[in-house]
Design a protein around this ligand. Structure first.
Ligand code: ADP
Ligand code: ZN
Ligand code: ZN
Length: 743
């Protein structure tokens, strides 16, 4: 039998984390083949060049196309079980083809960081403390002169099933005290696999509200389609009870012993979201997001992989989590751009989730108050079911949107008279006000009054942002920082002044305008520390009246019941974007921010400050709402042959040298033009809007087509051409399929 196996598959094809779009062949040494059952998805150590590498077996094979001399034997097998299940391997292979990305990079991206580095796919062990026969009859008073030991022993005595080391640290028990007790024979230690599963969940679960008619209709449709592949778009205005709907669906899936993957945007995973799941379900819930350390992520991954975790809540990369009983995927805020990875492997987690669900024949639910134009088109074309919730749930009502004409008005720190008087009224009623300004830092520009010098980034073609509190000049594009200066480097004048306004400045100014009101700023700077967001949310809930200042972070999923007024400082910010998605994004952002107003019993009111009150887009959004706005926008996209009606691929090149990237793409264009099928259109090469970023000069070519096949073919050709061409030049290139950024 084993001999047969051996002769059957003398070769393996291995994915390695290298930037080459190919698999690598290795021989299976007899010794390994006899002792182990090699399977695709297992990690292997293999020789590569002069060193060795960790790779993942993609396939077992009878043959190799390689020159037999070049096929080396693998060094060792790393796993007993595949770390990439066959289902996920199929998804990775599909993604590598679809996104024209090196398979090795895709496969490694699908693994938790520690597994990429060779860690065993096993739970870490942790010490647990237990009482001994001696300690059971021991009088703790005898330890009165060693209070730390006394505390330790008492704590363990209170836990007849043992106390984990982690719990001991949470209780602030001194490890040295534990050791002393162990030496005295009063405690014993035992290592156990760190595996949170199986903890008894016995808390009282919250009784869900009675669904309204729209919610009930949505859930009926979702339940009907829960046993097969089906995509539903839950398109519900902010506060319409979308979460409530998918909690019901999840409840049903859990009853059927399925696992559920809930995807949330990068920073949308608020403590509030988790809490809502916890109070609702007596089951194992794991989180996977970027604020966790590598070990925590691996533990969560293992709990999902062994089927213990019933609900997995995660950000983008969680789309690759193994879950043997996966029965449903929910993509919350499906329009959110953070589902698309903007570097290296440029996949879209929503699109991959749909593909994965199709492979597994399970349903996917996409939820949003402002669906992406892509998903709306799929709903309009009946590929997705379109479930609409147009009423707010409970006693809440849709907030009133009002434009405030800024033309010719005297502004106080950027606020119109109307905004200020409404803010005062809301605060007097002991309600909260949310000010939206999508620009963090103190000011976007630092300038010299004498000579006009402007502080710019050394590595990018952009101005540096002033951060007064941190005393820094910060580039928001490459993250480089320098100390804030007070003298012009060109003319030595000390008359430097800031232009424009960011959230930090707004905070300072509001503190002087509203002295006795708590002012809370929520942006990436104020929430950097791990528990900062939890603390800020707590503060918001503690106070009656308060002013919250925030960037787009505040737009996501938060529920602040006492916010009744939202002021959008600069509604025009996204109106004149050169990106064709600018309008869609602006409308989503404004609608989401506006949706924070009046989410509970008190009515909400939204003020949009604008210099273009008659701009068709702003007028449409205020009077007719997002759906109408989006349908108009889609008609325009169609007439201009833009996505989602045409599919797009962007080819990017970057070089340290000013011309090389553009020259490379020009050469590509020359060779490509005669090859291109007539239904594929090419634009470019053109320079990126911010030409130089992090020291790299950037150029692009866009190709598009109404059908996928010829576009895919052209992209294949381009990828091969670029791989050849960049062997000599050291120019980086990237293929971006279904790009969200086109400049
Ligand atoms: P969304 O996800 O659409 O923003 P949520 O599900 O968070 O909406 O619901 C908004 C608020 O309304 C929450 O506090 C929720 O508990 C409540 N809610 C949802 N559905 C109902 C209902 N049918 N009756 C009463 N309250 C509800
Ligand atoms: Zn100067
Ligand atoms: Zn920079």
């Amino acid at each position: 039998m084993q001999e047969a196996l051996l002769t059957q598959h003398p070769y393996i094809k291995v994915a390695l984390p290298v930037p080459m779009r190919t698999l690598f062949d290795y021989k299976v040494p007899k010794a390994i083949a006899l002792r182990h059952d090699l399977q695709p998805g297992m990690r292997v150590k293999v020789p590569f060049g002069k060193s060795s590498r960790l790779g993942v077996i993609v396939a077992l094979s009878d043959t190799s196309d390689w020159n037999p001399e070049e096929v080396k034997p693998l060094t060792s097998l790393h796993d007993k079980q595949p770390v990439i299940t066959p289902e996920l391997m199929a998804l990775c292979e599909w993604a590598a083809r679809y996104y024209h990305h090196p398979i090795g990079d895709v496969v490694f991206h699908a693994l938790p960081v520690l597994l990429r580095k060779g860690e065993n796919a096993e739970f870490r062990t942790e010490n647990w403390w237990f009482t001994t026969a001696t300690s059971q009859t021991f009088d703790v008073q005898q330890l009165s002169r060693a209070p730390r030991q006394q505390d330790f022993l008492k704590a363990v005595q209170q836990h007849p099933n043992g106390l984990s080391q982690q719990a001991a640290s949470v209780l602030d028990l001194a490890p040295a005290a534990g050791k002393s007790l162990e030496e005295k024979g009063l405690l014993r230690r035992e290592p156990r696999a760190f595996n949170k599963a199986g903890e008894k969940h016995t808390h009282q679960t919250q009784v869900p509200p009675t669904l309204n008619a729209e919610q009930a209709a949505a859930i009926d449709s979702l339940l009907e389609h829960r046993q097969h592949f089906h995509v539903s778009l839950l398109d519900g205005v902010t506060g319409s009870g979308k979460t409530e709907v998918f909690l019901r669906l999840i409840e049903q899936c859990i009853k059927e012993d399925k696992q559920v993957l809930v995807m949330v945007p990068e920073i949308g995973l608020t403590p509030q979201t988790l809490k809502r799941f916890e109070v609702r379900f007596n089951t194992d819930i794991v989180l996977m997001h970027s604020n966790m350390n590598d070990r925590e992520r691996l533990d969560a991954w293992l709990l999902a992989a062994n089927g213990h975790a019933k609900i997995i809540i995660g950000t983008r990369s969680a789309v690759f989590v193994p879950a043997p009983k996966l029965g449903l995927m929910v993509i919350d805020e499906e329009h959110d751009a953070s589902y698309k990875q903007h570097e290296k492997f440029r996949y879209h987690a929503r699109d991959l989730a749909v593909k994965r669900a199709q492979n597994l024949n399970i349903p996917v639910l996409l939820a949003s108050a402002t669906p992406s134009y892509e998903s709306l088109t799929n709903a309009l074309q009946k590929r997705f079911s379109w479930l609409k919730l147009r009423q707010r749930a409970g006693d809440a009502h849709i907030p009133k949107m009002e434009r405030v004409d800024l033309r010719g008005q005297t502004l106080v720190h950027g606020f119109s008279e109307t905004a200020l008087s409404n803010m005062k009224l809301a605060l007097e009623r002991k309600e909260q006000v949310l000010i939206f300004l999508n620009r963090r830092g103190y000011a976007p520009t630092l300038m010299c009054h004498q000579c006009g010098w402007i502080a710019t980034c050394d590595h990018c073609d952009v101005n540096l942002t002033v951060h007064k509190r941190a005393n820094k000049l910060h580039c928001h594009h490459c993250d480089s920082q320098k100390a804030l200066i007070h003298q012009c480097p060109d003319c030595q004048s000390e008359e430097l002044f800031t232009v424009g306004e960011g959230t930090e400045q707004l905070e300072t100014q509001l503190n002087t305008l509203f002295k006795d009101t708590p002012i809370l700023r929520i942006d990436r700077d104020s929430t950097q520390r791990k528990s900062a967001m939890t603390k800020l949310t707590q503060k918001i809930h503690e106070h009656d009246q308060a002013i919250l200042i925030g960037t787009q972070m505040l737009a996501k999923g938060h529920h602040f019941p006492n916010v009744t007024l939202v002021v959008i400082m600069d509604a025009d910010a996204g109106l004149f974007s050169s990106d064709f998605r600018g309008m869609e994004r602006t409308a989503q952002l404004i609608t989401q921010v506006a949706g924070r107003a009046g989410r509970a019993k008190k009515p909400g009111h939204v003020l949009l400050q604008t210099y273009h009150p008659d701009h068709a887009a702003i007028e449409c959004l205020c009077n007719l709402g997002y759906e109408h706005f989006a349908i108009d926008g889609l008609a325009e996209r169609k007439s201009l042959s833009l996505p989602p009606f045409y599919h797009q691929v962007i080819v990017r090149a970057e070089s340290a040298n000013e011309q090389e990237a553009m020259q490379l793409l020009n050469a590509l264009k020359n060779d490509l033009t005669p090859m291109l099928s007539p239904d594929v259109y090419m634009v470019g090469p053109y320079a990126a809007i911010i030409v130089r970023k992090a020291g790299q000069h950037r150029a692009l070519i866009s190709i598009k087509s109404a059908s996928r096949a010829p576009l895919h073919q052209a992209t294949d050709w381009i990828t091969q051409w670029l791989e050849q061409a960049t062997k000599q030049h050291k120019i980086r290139f990237a293929i971006d399929v279904d790009p969200l950024e086109t400049y």
